[in-house]
Write a protein that binds this ligand. Structure first.
Ligand code: PLP
Length: 373
């Protein structure tokens, strides 16, 4: 069986974990947490960042930082993972779902203006598969209306909008290091802070609502409860694991992008029978995931079962959130046709570091067989 995903271990993880343990301090914000922060600031160029236990945590921190209150409206693509919306629902926000483009699962930036009301506090965008949203348009609409932008960059490490790193454009951004992502630490995430007015409070929210970090820097003489917050920091053991992965970022990305390109090049001749990912000219490919779009739900399901019968595990993606039971308890069903079309007809193919060329070529052959038979 060719699995859908297989977490890649670089081989250096245990070395750094052993070192973290021998340093005798394994709680949060330790030696390896600092090393990861430095990596992101120096190598990727993020202005400020904080490791978290998950991307979900980073999104929850963003919702607290933006002071989201009950009745505030937050615009979110319906085609996304639950956490994108849940982090804001936790603060009582009313979620306003936006549609995708017809040819790209990302939030359709041209629909935003008509979704904005006096109550709109933030727009959360998701760079699906690491492919950039139309950030110039999104930032312009947000700035005109005094609205914050949060980038859910869970899948977007080492990817770009024009010459800007994804995660460096909105006011805040959230990354994931879950084992299904390009760079992993089992569970893990990071908040990126691009607007300096959030720096101080972010650190407090991160440290259970205390000014503990300022205390350890000697800026205050005791630390105490100063705001709401939670325990959003990962253990330094997790950070040590992550550091091993980060040191191999270029190697991992190179391989994943090669695999992405091999799918694209080999399946291209069949465009017309099904659709391949559309990459806008302002976006790059980071090899996070490869998908194809079938002509119907039936076709998608039979392709998936054909692959399955032939020992290839392919999966669909995102049940539209605007059609979820939870959302419909308090909201009317509206139609977001592009999003629904992706939910019904998109299939993701295996893409992981150790996917062998011969296995990938077998997957490609099976897809060709399915469409010519
Ligand atoms: C993976 C993912 C998340 C959740 O990440 P965790 O680190 O598991 O909390 C959120 N949003 C998107 C778009 C994701 O792909």
């Amino acid at each position: 069986m060719i699995p859908f995903n297989k977490p890649y271990m670089t081989g250096d993880e245990l070395y750094y974990i052993k070192d973290a343990v021998s340093r005798g301090k394994i709680s949060g914000n330790g030696y390896y947490t600092q090393k990861c922060h430095s990596f992101f600031k120096e190598k990727i160029g993020f202005r400020n960042c904080l490791l978290t236990s998950s991307c979900t945590d980073a999104l929850e921190m963003a919702a607290i930082l933006l002071n989201i209150q009950p009745e505030d409206e937050v615009i979110i693509p319906s085609y996304t993972f639950v956490s994108t919306a849940n982090a804001f629902a936790l603060r009582g926000a009313k979620i306003i779902f936006a549609d995708s483009y017809e040819n790209n699962p990302n939030i359709d930036a041209n629909t935003l203006a008509k979704l904005i009301t006096k109550k709109t506090k933030a727009i959360v965008v998701v760079h699906y598969g690491g492919v950039a949203c139309d950030m110039d348009t999104i930032m312009a609409v947000a700035n005109q209306n005094n609205i914050y932008v949060v980038e859910d960059a869970a899948q977007a490490i080492d990817s770009f909008y024009k010459d800007k790193s994804l995660g460096s454009i909105g006011h805040l951004a959230a990354f994931s290091f879950h084992e299904t992502k390009n760079i992993i630490s089992g569970e893990g995430g990071m908040l990126v802070i691009n607007d300096e007015k959030f720096d101080k409070r972010a650190e407090i929210i991160w440290e259970k609502g205390t000014n503990r970090s300022a205390f350890f820097r000697g800026e205050v003489d005791k630390y105490s409860w100063v705001d709401i917050g939670s325990s959003f920091l990962p253990s330094d053991v997790t950070a040590a694991f992550l550091f091993a992965q980060l040191e191999n970022l270029n190697k991992i990305q190179k391989r994943r992008i090669e695999i992405w390109n091999r799918y694209y090049e080999n399946l291209k001749e069949f465009e017309g029978k099904f659709r391949l990912p559309f990459i806008p000219e302002y976006a790059t490919v980071n090899g996070h995931l490869f998908y194809m779009i079938c002509n119907s739900e039936n076709e998608r399901d039979s392709l998936m079962s054909y692959l399955n019968t032939n020992n290839v595990f392919a999966v669909f993606h995102y049940v539209s959130l605007h059609k979820s039971k939870f959302y419909l308890k308090e909201n009317l069903l509206k139609k977001l046709s592009n999003c629904e079309n992706f939910s019904d007809s998109l299939v993701r193919l295996p893409l992981f570091y150790e996917l062998e060329i011969k296995d990938q070529l077998r997957i490609i052959e099976l897809i060709k067989d399915f469409y010519v038979k």
